[in-house]
Design a protein around this ligand. Structure first.
Ligand code: TPP
Ligand code: MG
Length: 1113
């Protein structure tokens, strides 16, 4: 029988574990997911313990790359990344990666092996004192000399790695310790709350900001955290204070923001520095002196600086802030924001003008077609191709400056660059880590030929991990950055040219896909290919580049331009600010003579700081990469908000949006209720005075912002359209181009709204009268847009409304709401009075309010005739614009200019986007003697049309919007055929596809003739006499547009006069619409005209001012 002593001894023995097992359990307890590295024989126990662990061991081809990957995991998640190596040579290979993490503040832990410390038979073979080696590049470095200490040392190392300021830590696990039995207990992990900034510091910051004339926000690396980002965004939006960033602060607030003034990619003499020079106060958030200085402080000169960070500022020759607000950044910003109000004396005109100049200057080179390519175009095309949440990982080289200056980051951590150690070789490994963590994201590594070759062996790692990754090599056959500096310093060229391998063959040798750009236009196409079209995998694009011209801009042009701008800047520190900052009276305050601005009063409010406030950040570094996944890139539907009073809201995700090709739900969005619509109308009504009062240039700016943003997000819009409408990608791109046109026209028209002056003394009783006639915005507008052109037909309502100053509530078609919601996203970032717009997908019942609500002054509808005319009946006192359907006809009197063109235009007019257009060609009247010839050509051409996945570049015929529509068309065609019509081509349905179909011998009472087919069906009719053909066209109940091919000018004018339609197109199909033309129909086809200028007329009311005896003295 066992004694109690035996039992407790047995329990004791049960708790003994192998030290390496405990080590792995301690890591699991810390929620470590990956260990990157290369084990050596000293790690074999640890390797064995990892065998059964959920932790993934990621083998790399060099320890340095493993270190970069671990550091990147720390950078993106805020949670320590771990790497592993053997002793000596493996461990020394970690040194650069340790310095990279340590300097930049990325939490990272290195585990290295060591020979047995108790007894070793190998003398000093491979032994280097790694613990000491690591000391200058880590926060914590220790040898584990006792297995029992493993849990506490692992916990402590990770705590230190993650604590502000985060960095690198190191643990050495000797071989004999790893194999011992130990009884270590795992330590639980508790979240740590950060201290918050002291109230007095907050109050002082508020006083300084309010007393300043030009306070400017500077965002640095330390602000790159999720909650900080939210608070900073609110700070900027509430106060209207503009911001610049450091290289590592890019993307914290979207750089599409109108108050973004640029990135300090250089330390001086760039556009943001002009703004810094103009500022009398810099609110410097998250800045760390390890980053290359974004600006230089000088004693006795403005600007003053408030340093806001988790830790205090290291005093430096160029950085010695006057106020430090130390504590959780998000909380500090929130407190300051709550207590600060916008000051009417803040004056940003000069800074905003500088931003406008910068935007113009940054366009230089973006479309340059020279080859080898210039870096400006390399950056611009990548931005054009990348989705907002795509991640670009830079290596170090000359291009980094161009990316930092010109690549606009729209979300945090979407441009990963290193401006602390600025090491070469980290680009590819960091991209591998991002791709591993976020497989659904588009990830691109951008490296120079020099930097790529430093860790190019990791191509094998990327291949082995089956990553989806694109590597761009900017090849100048040189260490270009150093060449630039060599030249700049006046040295002659020497020692920096390289000879490279064949990069395409090199990629292929790993099993990756390799491309080489051979002209500038090819680059964007290859980017699309790699990012969106080619299968999942590793792709490499070699891009020959040349830096000379770009260097010249940096060396000569920019400093020249900036000198002039700097001369125009005068900054003084006002007395109010000096008092708020409590600067000693003896200090000389301004570069120029101190001009106290007495009128700047300091509002000393009772600055009580609400102690509730948002909670402090509990993580220690950057959290998840933010943002919506790329459409189509994930199996999960992407969720979109709707917009009420300019704000995105996610009250539900009740509306499923179907990919019309595969029938799967690819997106969801919020569906509005009756109350939501009511709230939106209310907001629009309240916003009307403010929207109407916007200056022309302000309305123009909004419209121009939409143009810029849509251009930037071109492919995203096109893909969304392709998926939601089933519109072939080429047609989708065409529609996005038209949307850009529509908004561009509106931007121009918005500043051309003029009136007239009239002499009024037309009779005795009107003697002495004259008049001014002007147009005024009509009021809130109700808009209902259709599914067939979800973007451009919404644009034809939105753009003119914004151009004249009318608030609006838009109901996009519920089958295709995404395009409008993307537009809403852009508008929500524009400077528009609150309530200026709402975009609300809703069910049919909800739509009733759009028609009947009397707060609307105009309803603009595009859609089917039956719904349209019903709206008119119910619309009450409001104006009604209806763009309805048609059964458009085309008369072929002569072959102009040649058969090939005529046939291809008719085919295009009849079948593009499967005939789902109000002006698609439905009836073709062909002169009898041409009939057979033209018929044969049309049929031949129709057989060659490619049907299939709309995302495929070759597809011409995509699916119809719904299978029910395809069935309706099938039924109409079948009925016609059973009553004598003949099918010349097509005539078949395949699920939601309907073949491009040509009919003849159709009689006038058949639906395919007299109704709107809204599908890919056309009929051919032979005629003898031109006048007869015109009268036949007019027999339709519709009258939208008609096309006439004729070389006889008299016939052209005859058609123009006689055809009862809204538009006659000579020598082309009726399907042609130019976005500036008046567009609309007569009879059942509608009421009123769209086309920006004409819609603007409808959206305004004429008002006259009669003036009696004015001007007589
Ligand atoms: C590990 C490392 N070695 C050297 C440097 C110094 N350095 C900075 S940029 C650069 C040249 C980079 O050449 P490449 O990668 O071809 O890019 P390029 O400047 O030509 O575009 C060098 C040598 C560095 N930053 N890191
Ligand atoms: Mg190079």
């Amino acid at each position: 029988m066992a004694t109690s002593q035996d039992v407790s001894q047995a329990e004791h023995e049960k708790e003994l574990h192998k030290a390496s097992d405990i080590f792995v359990r301690a890591l699991e307890n810390e929620n470590i997911k990956y260990i990157f590295g290369i084990p050596g024989e000293e790690n074999l126990d640890l390797l064995d313990s990892l065998k059964g662990s959920p932790i993934n061991l990621i083998l790399t081809r060099h320890e340095q790359a493993a270190g970069f990957m671990a550091a990147t995991v720390g950078r993106l998640t805020g949670h320590v990344g771990v790497c592993l190596s053997t002793l000596g040579p493996g461990a020394t290979n970690f040194a650069t990666a340790a310095a990279y993490a340590q300097l930049a503040g990325f939490p990272m832990m290195m585990i290295t092996g060591q020979k047995p410390i108790r007894k070793s038979k190998q003398g000093s073979f491979q032994i280097v004192d790694i613990v000491e080696n690591m000391r200058p590049v880590t926060k914590f470095t220790k040898q584990i000399a006792d297995g029992d200490l493993i849990p506490s040392l692992v916990r402590e190392a990770i705590r230190q790695a993650e604590e502000e300021r985060p960095g690198a830590v190191h643990l050495e696990l000797p071989e004999d310790i790893a194999g011992t039995m130990t009884e270590g207990e795992i330590f639980p992990v508790h979240p740590v709350r950060r201290p918050i900034a002291e109230e007095k510091a907050i109050r002082k910051a508020v006083n300084m900001i309010q007393a300043a004339t030009n306070p400017l926000l500077l965002i640095g690396a330390g602000a790159n955290r999720k909650r900080t980002q939210k608070m900073l965004q609110e700070f900027v939006d509430k106060l209207g204070i503009p911001f610049v960033t450091t290289q590592m602060g890019k993307g914290v607030i979207t750089e599409a923001h109108p108050l973004y003034l640029g990135c300090c990619a250089l330390s001086a003499m760039d556009y943001p520095h002009v703004c810094i020079e103009k500022a009398d106060l810099i609110i410097n958030v998250g800045h760390d002196v390890v980053e290359k200085p974004p600006f230089f402080m000088e004693h006795g000169k403005p600007p003053l600086v408030i340093h806001i960070n988790f830790y205090s500022a290291k005093v430096d020759n160029v950085y010695f802030p006057q106020l430090e607000v130390i504590g959780d950044i998000a909380n500090a910003i929130w407190q300051i924001k709550e207590s600060t109000s916008h000051q009417s004396h803040w004056d940003y005109e000069y800074m905003l003008q500088t931003k406008r100049d910068m935007e113009i200057h940054m366009r230089i080179g973006v479309d340059d077609s020279s080859f080898p390519m210039v870096p400006q175009r390399v950056v611009a095309d990548l931005r054009r191709a990348m989705p907002d949440d795509g991640v670009v990982c830079l290596d170090n080289g000359m291009y980094k400056i161009w990316f930092a200056r010109c690549y606009k980051a729209y979300q945090p951590n979407t441009l990963l660059l290193d401006n602390a150690l600025a090491t070469m070789g980290a680009g590819l490994p960091s991209a591998i880590a991002v791709s591993l963590l976020y497989p659904q994201k588009k990830v691109v590594a951008v490296c120079g030929d020099g930097g790529f070759m430093m860790n190019s062996q990791e191509m094998e790692t990327a291949m082995r991990l089956h990553l989806n990754l694109t590597v761009i090599i900017l090849n100048d056959n040189a260490y270009g950055m150093i060449k630039w500096k060599q030249n700049h310093a006046g040295f002659s060229k020497f020692g920096l040219d390289l000879e490279n391998p064949d990069f395409v063959a090199y990629a292929r040798s790993y099993g990756a896909i390799g491309y080489r750009v051979t002209n500038a236009d090819e680059y964007l196409k290859l980017l699309h290919e790699c990012l969106f079209l080619s299968p999942h995998g590793v792709k490499l694009i070699e891009v020959p580049v040349k830096y000379e011209w770009a260097n010249h801009i940096l060396d000569k042009e920019l400093p020249g331009l900036m000198e002039k701008k700097m001369e125009a800047v005068t900054t003084t520190i006002s007395l109010a600010l000096s008092e708020a900052a409590a600067i000693p009276k003896t200090m000389k305050l301004a570069a120029k003579e101190l001009k106290p601005k007495k009128e700047v009063a300091i509002e000393m409010k009772g600055l009580e700081v609400d102690s509730v406030g948002p909670e402090t950040d509990v993580t220690t570094c950057t959290e998840e990469i933010q943002g919506r996944p790329t459409l189509g890139a994930t199996p999960e539907p992407v969720v979109y908000p709707f917009y009420i009073a300019n704000k995105p809201l996610y009250p539900n995700s009740n509306l499923d949006v179907i990919n019309k090709y595969n029938g799967k739900v690819f997106a969801k969005c919020a569906l509005a209720t009756h109350n939501d619509i009511d709230a939106a109308i209310d907001a629009a009504q309240k916003a009307f005075p403010a929207v109407a009062a916007m200056a022309s240039y302000e309305r123009k700016q909004v419209l121009e912002t939409v143009v810029t943003e849509v251009k930037r997000r071109f492919e995203e819009f096109a893909v969304a359209l392709c998926l939601e409408a089933g519109k072939p990608i080429r047609d989708s791109r065409g529609e996005v181009k038209r949307l850009i046109d529509t908004f561009s026209i509106a931007a121009e028209e918005s500043i051309r709204i003029s009136g007239e002056f009239s002499q009024m003394d037309i009779s005795e009783r009107a003697k002495g009268y004259q008049a001014l006639v002007r147009r005024f915005p009509i009021g809130p507008i109700s808009m209902i847009s259709p599914f067939n052109f979800p973007l451009n037909l919404a644009a034809h309502k939105i753009a003119p409304a914004l151009a004249v100053g009318c608030p609006f509530v838009l109901k996009p078609a519920s089958r295709t709401p995404i395009g409008s919601l993307l537009l809403g996203e852009i508008l929500s970032q524009c400077r528009l009075p609150e309530g200026a717009f709402s975009i609300l997908p809703c069910s049919r019942d909800g739509a009733e309010l759009f028609t009947i609500d009397e707060r609307f002054k105009l309803v603009s509808f595009t859609g089917s005739p039956s719904v349209g005319w019903d709206i008119k009946e119910k619309a009450g006192k409001k104006k009604v614009i209806l763009e309805l359907g048609g059964n458009a006809a085309c008369i072929l009197e002569d072959i102009v200019p040649d058969m090939k063109t005529v046939v291809s235009r008719i085919i295009h007019g009849a079948f593009y986007q499967s005939g789902q257009s109000c002006i698609s060609v439905q009836r073709v009247y062909i002169r009898k003697d041409l009939y057979e010839l033209v018929k044969d050509e049309l049929v031949k051409e129709t057989h060659g049309l490619v049907k299939g996945d709309p995302l495929n570049e070759d597809t011409f015929i995509g699916p119809l919007i719904a299978e029910s529509e395809a069935k309706r068309i099938e039924n109409w065609v079948d009925k016609a055929v059973s009553n004598g019509a003949r099918v010349l081509a097509g005539g078949k349905r395949d699920d939601s596809f309907y073949d491009a179909t040509i009919l003849e011998n159709v009689s006038p009472d058949m639906e395919v003739h007299c109704e709107e087919v809204f599908g890919p069906v056309m009929e051919l009719i032979a005629y003898d006499d031109f006048k007869y053909a015109v009268s036949e066209v007019n027999k339709s109940k519709f009258g939208l547009q008609a096309g006439v091919f004729t070389s006889d000018i008299n016939k052209a004018f005859y058609a123009f006069q006689q055809l009862d339609v809204g538009g006659v197109v000579i020598n082309d199909v009726p399907s042609m619409r130019i976005d500036s033309q008046p567009y609309g129909g007569v009879k059942d086809s509608g009421l009123g005209r769209e086309g920006v200028k004409y819609a603007m007329e409808d959206m305004t009311e004429v008002r006259v001012m009669l003036l009696r005896n004015v001007g007589t003295l």
